[in-house]
Write a protein that binds this ligand. Structure first.
Ligand SMILES: [Zn+2]
Length: 358
């Protein structure tokens, strides 16, 4: 079985290499923004633009109008059109919001295909740039497909995607787990087990909230504000590493102990009606959870079932099947008006999810 895995590796670029990265990120943003604004214009004029048609138009202008794009890998100004196409497909099928313009300091990344970089030990090389030091060796052995170079909290990373051939072990376990991702706990499993977010994580989040408050009191454009901003970005990064770690532990545990997992399908659009829950869920990293569980189950020969997005996992009584439409977000206990069952809200949802596998 073929499977694609990504390893995000911290880079140690020198000054010239950092400059190259900045330039390539800027060109990637420019191409995306150019494409998006052309898309809007053409769409309003009654035309039917596509990522491919815009890429052709861009390339026809490139030599005369945007000669500076030649200073970095050609992928920097080509891949954005493929992403733009995908973004519009997702928008039209209802899984994403309308594509937005990219901003410096927020969207600092560019994609490179495998013919424009290579990895040799702890070095990654790009054309017109030379070799950049990596903090780790690439974790996966297989066919290298692509890399995305990005910037977080002032640090540079390369996310390298590798296609590997994997033969899953025949799983002896037939156990099924329903898993409810929640606000109070990271996850509740249908065995009644709960997995909390790490405590240190909460402490750091409190600190981050404090930092952000003090940031808002500092004078715009001042040195102190810049300093506080950098500090907040670093803290944010530490929190995301911690969350990533907790999710890896959770998904590894689930894959080890169960051959089938059933989870909810939380979609972006459905969530926007409830900002608070949506923020909590995105903090917990639902998409990352799903991504990890998907590939780990695949690798271990297990199965991941995603419940239909309309499945009433929290409204249904796991004992008698009655639907209690009146349950609200603040109700921590599910009370069934039909059979009288009283059961922890998240546990009830996990049981309902588990039942879907039968
Ligand atoms: Zn009931």
């Amino acid at each position: 079985m073929e499977i694609i895995l990504t390893h995000k590796i911290k880079l140690d670029p020198d000054r010239a290499q950092t400059e190259y990265f900045c330039k390539a990120c800027g060109i990637a943003r420019f191409a995306w923004n150019w494409g998006l604004s052309e898309w809007k214009k053409q769409y309003e004029a009654g035309l039917k633009p596509s990522g491919l048609s815009l890429k052709k138009e861009f390339n026809a202008l490139k030599e005369k109008e945007f000669p500076w794009t030649y200073e970095v890998t050609k992928y920097a100004c080509q891949q954005p059109f493929i992403y733009l196409q995908k973004a519009f497909v997702n928008f039209f099928n209802g899984t994403a919001q309308y594509p937005q313009f990219k901003k410096k300091g927020v969207h600092d990344s560019f994609y490179v295909g495998n013919d424009h970089f290579d990895i040799d030990g702890r070095k990654i090389g790009f054309p017109k740039l030379g070799r950049v030091k990596m903090r780790e060796y690439l974790r996966f052995a297989g066919e290298i497909i692509s890399a995305t170079v990005s910037r977080t909290a002032g640090m540079r990373f390369a996310s390298v995607s590798v296609r590997i051939n994997h033969t899953p072990a025949v799983s002896e376990s037939r156990a099924v787990a329903g898993v409810d991702l929640g606000v109070k706990n990271l996850a509740t499993v249908s065995t009644g087990e709960t997995v909390g977010g790490p405590k240190a994580y909460r402490k750091l989040q409190k600190k981050l909230a404090e930092l952000q408050r003090s940031l808002s009191r500092k004078v715009r454009g001042s040195k102190n504000r810049e300093k506080a901003k950098r500090k907040a970005a670093r803290l944010h990064y530490r929190i995301s590493c911690m969350r990533q770690d907790a999710l890896h532990k959770l998904t590894a545990g689930l894959t080890e102990n169960y051959s089938t997992a059933v989870i909810e399908d939380l979609n972006v659009r459905g969530m926007t009606g409830n900002e608070k829950l949506s923020k909590a869920v995105s903090d917990m990293g639902f998409y990352e959870f799903r991504r990890q569980l998907e590939y780990k189950m695949k690798m271990s020969g297990g199965k991941l079932i995603i419940a239909d997005r309309w499945f009433p996992s929290t409204k249904k009584c796991s004992v008698c099947g009655n639907i209690n439409a009146g349950i609200t977000l603040s109700d921590r206990i599910f009370v069934c008006p039909s059979c009288g069952a009283e059961i922890d809200r998240d546990f009830n949802a996990a049981l309902n999810l588990k039942a879907l596998a039968a």
